[in-house]
Write a protein that binds this ligand. Structure first.
Ligand SMILES: Nc1ncnc2c1ncn2[C@@H]1O[C@H](COP(=O)(O)OP(=O)(O)OP(=O)(O)O)[C@@H](O)[C@H]1O
Ligand SMILES: [Mg+2]
Length: 510
C-alpha cells in the first residue's frame, strides 16, 4: 500500500520535556490512522511538526516518498497537508465562505470573488457529504458544523492528508457519528486521515491502524482486530486500567442545593432553561444527562453565578444564592469544573501553581492579611501535581505550555482539592486519557463518600451512568424525569434524551 506521509526519527525537546523522542510514523493512502496516548505523550507536538507549526530538532518528514522542507503551515498546505485543531480558528462574525477564503493565496491579491468561493464550497460540501451553507455566519453554527467548516477549509486548499486533533471531544454522540461518516467518505475519495482521540471505542470502530505513544515515544502500532479497549489502555498507560468505576451505595444526607423553578436565557436572549426544579443532597451524585444544547450549559452558569437568571430560586448550603456573584457562591463552598476551560477555568499565561489557587489565593493559607504566601502556594502546587499526575516540567511554567489534557487536570485538581460542600462538574474528564479518567472518577466517588454533594453534567452517557446515584434527564430546557441510577437502562435514558415522555415508559417521576 502506498505511503503518503512519513515522519522519521522526529525529536523535539521543550525546556524540561522531551516531547518527541525519535518518533517514526507513517500514513497510508486512504486510511484512518488513529493516534492514542496519555495526556502529554506528544501527539499534538508530532502533528504540529508535520503541519509546520513547530520545527523538529531532528528528523525528516516526507510526502509521497519525497523529503519535504517545512518552515510554516504554508509549506505543509502546499504539500497537501491540512489540520483541524482542537480549538477552532474560525472568525465567528464571518460567513462560512469568508472563513474559508481567509488567508488563501489564490484570493489574496485578486478581487475577493465571493460567488466563486461559495460555489466551490457548495461543490466540496456536496462531494463529501458535508452539508454546510456557505452563507451562514460561523458564530451561529453548532460546534459540529463549525468543525465541518474547518474540514472544508482544508479540502478547499486541496488537502490529501487530513490531521484531526481530538475532533470528537466537543461533539455530541450524533455529531461524532456524522463526523465518522464524513471521514469514511473522505478516505473513499483518497484522502488519508490522522485521527487523535482518547475514546477507545471510537478508535476500535473507525481506525484502520492505531499508533500508541507514551512519554514521547511510539510504543506500538496495531490493528483494531488484534486489540481491545483493555489492551489499548494498558499499552497507553503502561499498566492495567480499571475501566469500570467501583462504588458502594450512597448515603445521602441533607439537601445542599435546592433549585426551584429556575429560568435562564441563552446568549441570544432565548429561554434555554424553562423553570427547572431539583435538589442535590450531601453524599450523593446527581447526574444530568442530555444531548448537549438542551440547557445544561446555561443551568450550570446560573448556579455558579456566571449568568443572571430572570426567574426562580437557588438555595445553597442554607442560603439564597440566586443571582449572587461567582465569588460569593465559591466562598459559600461550591467547587466548579467549567465546561469551557479556556474561558472560565484558567488563565493560560499564569503559572500552573497560580492557576491552582486561582479562586483561593486571598484566603489562608495562600493569602494571610492580604499578603501572598509563596511557600503555601508552592506546597499546594507540588502536592496537586503529584496527586493528579499533572505532566509539567515544573509548577512555574505558564499553563499554556501544558498539553490540553494536562491543562484540564490543573482545574480538576484545584476544584477537587478544595474544602467545599458541593461540586458542580461539567464535562470533568473532557480530553483526559483513560488513566486520568480512572483517577478522577475515583476521587469524585471519594468526595461523595466524604459527604459532599456532586452535580455532574456530562455528554458521556457512560460517565453519567458510572458515577450517578440519581439521573436527571434534560430536554429542551426542562428536566423531564429524575430516575434512580440502578433502575434505569441506557436505552431508556437515550429515549428520554431524545424527547420521549417518561410517563409513557415504565419508570415514573421521582
Ligand atoms: N509550546 C510548548 N512549550 C513547552 N512545552 C510544550 C509545548 N508544547 C507542548 N509541550 C510539552 O510537550 C509535551 C507533549 O505535549 P503534547 O501537547 O504533544 O501532548 P499530547 O499527547 O497532545 O497530550 P493531550 O492528550 O493532553 O493533548 C507536554 O509535556 C507539554 O507540556
Ligand atoms: Mg494534544
Amino acid at each position: 500500500m502506498t505511503i503518503v506521509l512519513e515522519a522519521k526519527n522526529i525529536t523535539k525537546q521543550f525546556p524540561g520535556v522531551l516531547a518527541n523522542d525519535n518518533v517514526d510514523f507513517d500514513l497510508r493512502q486512504g486510511e484512518i490512522h488513529a493516534m492514542l496516548g496519555e495526556n502529554g505523550a506528544g501527539k499534538t507536538t508530532l502533528m504540529n511538526i508535520i503541519y509546520g507549526l513547530y520545527r523538529p530538532d531532528a528528523g525528516q518528514v516526507s510526502v509521497d516518498g519525497q523529503p519535504i522542507v517545512i518552515h510554516s503551515p504554508k509549506d505543509s498546505i502546499q504539500h497537501g497537508i491540512g489540520m483541524v485543531h482542537q480549538h477552532f480558528m474560525l472568525i465567528p462574525v464571518f460567513s462560512v465562505a469568508e472563513n474559508i477564503m481567509l488567508g488563501d493565496e489564490t484570493t489574496r491579491y485578486g478581487a475577493l470573488d465571493r460567488k466563486t468561493v461559495a460555489q466551490r464550497v457548495r461543490e466540496l460540501s456536496h462531494q463529501y457529504g458535508l452539508d454546510v451553507d456557505p452563507h451562514a455566519l460561523v458564530g451561529q453554527l453548532p460546534v459540529g458544523l463549525q468543525q465541518r467548516v474547518e474540514i472544508i477549509k482544508t479540502l478547499y486548499r486541496d488537502a490529501k492528508i487530513l490531521i484531526l486533533d481530538e475532533p470528537t471531544a466537543v461533539l455530541t454522540p450524533q455529531e461524532a457519528e456524522d463526523l465518522f461518516r464524513i471521514m469514511r467518505e473522505l478516505t473513499e475519495k483518497g484522502v488519508s486521515i490522522i485521527f487523535i482521540t482518547h475514546k477507545l471505542k471510537e478508535v476500535l470502530a473507525v481506525a484502520d491502524r492505531i499508533t500508541v505513544m507514551r512519554a514521547g515515544k511510539v510504543v506500538g502500532t496495531v490493528k483494531p482486530k488484534e486489540t481491545s479497549e483493555k489492551k489499548l489502555a494498558a499499552l497507553m498507560v503502561g499498566r492495567e486500567v480499571i475501566l469500570k468505576v467501583e462504588k458502594g451505595r450512597a448515603k445521602p444526607g441533607a439537601e445542599v442545593l435546592k433549585v426551584d423553578g429556575l429560568k435562564v436565557h441563552d446568549k441570544r436572549g432565548l429561554e434555554s432553561v424553562s423553570g427547572v426544579s431539583f435538589s442535590v443532597r450531601a453524599g450523593e451524585v446527581l447526574g444530568i444527562a442530555g444531548v448537549q444544547g438542551n440547557g445544561q450549559t446555561e443551568l450550570v452558569e446560573a448556579l455558579t453565578g456566571l449568568t443572571h437568571s430572570p426567574g426562580g430560586q437557588v438555595w445553597f448550603a442554607g442560603s439564597d444564592v440566586t443571582n449572587r456573584m461567582p465569588r460569593t457562591i465559591t466562598e459559600t463552598g461550591m467547587a466548579h469544573i467549567p465546561e469551557d476551560r479556556l474561558r472560565h477555568g484558567l488563565v493560560l499565561s499564569y503559572a500552573v501553581a497560580d492557576n491552582m489557587v486561582l479562586n483561593t489565593y486571598y484566603l489562608p493559607p495562600f493569602g494571610v492579611g492580604g499578603i501572598l504566601q509563596p511557600k503555601a502556594i508552592d506546597a499546594n502546587a507540588r502536592k496537586l501535581v503529584q496527586e493528579f499526575d499533572v505532566r509539567t516540567p515544573s509548577p512555574y511554567v505558564p499553563t499554556s505550555k501544558l498539553s490540553g489534557g494536562n491543562q484540564q487536570k490543573v482545574i480538576v485538581a484545584r476544584e477537587l482539592s478544595r474544602e467545599v460542600k458541593l461540586l458542580i462538574a461539567n464535562q470533568p474528564t473532557r480530553g483526559l486519557d483513560v488513566g486520568s479518567i480512572e483517577y478522577i472518577h475515583k476521587e469524585i466517588v471519594a468526595m461523595r463518600d466524604r459527604g459532599l454533594g456532586v452535580l455532574l453534567v456530562s455528554a458521556e452517557l457512560d460517565e453519567i451512568m458510572a458515577l450517578s446515584d440519581r439521573i436527571a434527564v434534560m430536554y429542551r430546557g426542562q428536566i423531564v424525569t429524575i430516575a434512580e441510577a440502578g433502575k434505569v437502562t441506557r436505552e431508556q435514558l437515550g429515549l428520554w434524551m431524545a424527547g420521549a415522555h417518561p410517563e409513557g415508559l415504565s419508570h415514573p417521576h421521582t
